[in-house]
Design a protein around this ligand. Structure first.
Ligand SMILES: Nc1ncnc2c1ncn2[C@@H]1O[C@H](COP(=O)(O)OP(=O)(O)OP(=O)(O)O)[C@@H](O)[C@H]1O
Ligand SMILES: [Mg+2]
Length: 497
């Protein structure tokens, strides 16, 4: 592989500067070879132990200062690597090198061919038109992947996510709200989700998001909306399981005055409120049959009719639906309309459960630690080794929300300056649904009901808050309310809100 940079013989005076204040030392050396990313120094008597400043005197451009580190030494010579210089230092460096490069008779990359009449070296194929003003930009663009690859092995995966988000938000300017910064993950399956979010955002298709409870379905819906052209218009969330069946139609489609007892004035529904933007139909599997038909009609003619209304109203809304149910199985059992399923299923994003995201468990834990720590001004310095082992080895049936809730609780009760996680906290019988921790008695439905009753009892009927039943079960309070309704459990009077 040819070198990334052209390397030239030089004889420049240079000074290495190590340390600061009373510990500062300087040494005069000669720079005998120079490239855009490093040089060869001769005459260095003491080896700098860490990063040092290298001051180079260029004949026309004058003195430039670069941050550098020692790569290796042999006899009187030291090979030095530069940390990528700022634009000004880089153009001074290039200005000097470019003048020398025009007189070359061999390729400064591979040291072999050079065909002055051509643009590129006949041997290594590098672009050689050093006199062109665009050379530096072209050269940087061509060598960028190799430069990044060289640094990749040294990068902590959690930084990779930050780098990608930084590129998207700050360099590409894709999303000023930075919602993706709050969407953490480096597992291949999550990177695929990020990619699908981008693709989904650029279309007007209906989107169906599937995933277990707490895997980030709402976060995904929000990210799609925020990256779409509709981002400045409303994003309306409807949890179909949390609104009683009898009220859902009026809530979604609005009603006219006098449509039913208590309808003293007309009211807009959530579809109308979302006009121009997106509507997120969460827990779509809980949509009653009558409303499935009404939603299908909307998808066909983009018109809604208020309850008690006579005329349809055209509404421009993009639908994003989500569920943790197996919709295909519901279709087979005729609990969900086949035609509606096919309309919604045209662009599906599947969120992987946390147990399948490998090191993301720890990356997410560190993310929540920082986020909660900032809000609570924590004294904690980080995780104990045992806590990280517990996080890695647990299956997290409540997924990301369970991890977030657990960290919140653990950080509140922490006494030492490192965060410990008592394995008994997460092995308590909390899981709902099909998680691996589900107790092996009764039907799934019975187990779910029993888990909810247990949680309500141990939280004194409190639903909200870090010590409420929703947090304990790894659910959102609205989701828990939906489940209370489903199991016919009476809502507590004092829910802690
Ligand atoms: N990849 C992620 N990065 C950061 N936070 C996340 C991630 N995934 C989920 N979360 C957080 O976890 C919590 C649960 O996410 P969300 O509400 O989107 O899940 P959900 O799948 O809609 O859950 P449910 O099925 O219970 O409604 C939220 O606080 C969310 O911000
Ligand atoms: Mg949700």
């Amino acid at each position: 592989m040819p070198r990334l940079d052209i390397r030239l013989k030089t004889d420049l005076s240079a000074t290495t500067v190590c340390g600061t204040g009373p510990e500062r030392t300087e040494e005069k050396v000669r720079c005998k070879e120079l490239s855009l990313s490093g040089c060869l120094l001769v005459g260095l008597k003491t080896e700098p132990q860490s990063i040092f400043a290298l001051s180079l005197v260029l004949p026309v451009q004058g003195r430039i200062e670069l941050a550098a580190e020692l790569v290796k030494t042999s006899r009187n010579c030291a090979v030095v690597r530069f940390f990528f210089p700022n634009r000004q230092a880089l153009s001074s460096l290039w200005g000097y090198m470019r003048r020398q490069a025009v007189e070359l008779d061999i390729c400064p990359y591979c040291g072999k061919g050079l065909d002055g009449a051509r643009d590129t070296c006949t041997v290594c194929g590098q672009y050689l038109r050093f006199t062109e003003n665009s050379y530096l930009d072209q050269h940087l663009q061509a060598t960028f992947p190799d430069r990044i690859k060289d640094r990749l092995t040294k990068l902590d995966p959690s930084f990779l996510q930050q780098v990608i988000a930084f590129m998207d938000n700050n360099i590409m300017g894709l999303n000023q709200e930075a919602s993706e910064e709050e969407f953490v993950g480096t597992a291949p399956a999550i990177l695929k989700v990020f990619d699908m979010i981008r693709r989904a955002a650029s279309t007007e298709m209906n989107i169906l998001i599937l995933g277990e409870s707490g895997t980030g379905k709402e976060l995904t819906a929000q990210a799609i909306h925020e990256k779409s052209v509709r981002k400045d218009k409303p994003f309306i969330i409807v949890n179909c399981a949390a609104i009683p069946d009898g009220l859902l139609e009026a809530e979604l489609f609005g009603y006219e005055k006098g449509a039913f007892t208590g309808a003293v004035a007309s009211k807009q529904g959530r579809f109308e409120l979302a006009d121009g933007g997106s509507i997120f139909l969460d827990e779509i599997g809980d949509l009653p049959a009558g409303l499935q038909a009404k939603l299908l009609r909307f998808l066909e003619d983009r018109t809604i009719e208020r309850v008690g209304g006579k005329a349809g109203r055209r509404i421009d809304v993009r639908i994003i639906a989500a569920t943790n149910c197996d919709l295909a199985a519901m279709v087979k059992k005729q609990n969900f309309r086949n035609d509606l399923f096919f309309r919604l299923n045209s662009f599906t994003i599947g969120l992987p459960p946390l147990r399948e995201r490998g090191e993301d468990k720890v990356i997410l834990a560190k993310y929540f630690f920082t986020k909660i720590g900032r809000a609570e001004q924590t004294h904690l310095a980080g995780f104990s080794e045992a806590a990280l082992r517990t996080i890695r080895s647990y299956d997290w049936p409540g997924n990301v929300r369970e991890l977030e809730n657990l960290l919140e609780r653990a950080m509140i009760v922490a006494e030492s300056n490192v965060l410990d996680i008592d394995p008994s906290w997460i092995c308590s019988p909390l899981p709902l649904g099909e998680g691996p921790g589900v107790r092996a008695r009764g039907s799934l439905r019975d187990q779910e009901k029993q888990s909810i009753l247990d949680a309500l009892e141990s939280c004194g009927g409190k639903i909200y808050g870090a010590d409420g039943a929703a947090a304990r079960l790894g659910l959102k309070p609205t989701t828990l309310y939906g489940k209370l309704r489903k199991h016919g459990i009476r809502s507590p009077k004092n829910d802690g809100q």
